[in-house]
Design a protein around this ligand. Structure first.
Ligand SMILES: [Zn+2]
Length: 120
């Protein structure tokens, strides 16, 4: 298997987790969260067996979704693939990674928010 195929597959895995989080967002958004106002999301790392819960406010989640190449992961190196992405933010509860190169292209292709005709 070539490296490109592997990267494609891993980026697709991450996109699937992102779709899951996109689906639960409306539920998380309508909930009235007590202090601290964190909702439960799942780690969007490339490991398809990983579904570690990650806690972010809806606003923090929205900040990740602003770019198609950004993914939300659990705060540990175990959830980061340094050859395909770099860590752009380290919080106590979560990290944000950004895809590079080919993995970034695949991420954009699979971004559920890019399917709408209007540009953001
Ligand atoms: Zn993970």
């Amino acid at each position: 298997m070539t490296g490109d195929n592997r990267d494609d597959r891993l980026a697709k895995n991450e996109s699937l987790f992102r779709e899951h989080n996109e689906r639960i967002e409306p539920h998380n958004a309508v909930h009235t969260w007590v202090n601290p106002a964190f909702a439960d999301w799942i780690c969007e790392c490339a490991d398809e067996g990983c579904s570690v819960p990650v806690r972010l406010t809806v606003a923090e989640y929205e900040a990740v979704r602003l770019k198609a190449t950004r993914f939300l992961v659990a705060p540990s190196e175990d959830h980061v693939m340094p050859d395909a992405e770099c860590i752009i933010r380290r919080e106590e509860r979560y990290w944000i990674v950004e895809k590079r190169g080919r993995a970034a292209e695949v991420s954009e292709k699979f971004d559920p928010r890019s399917r709408q005709p209007s540009e953001r």
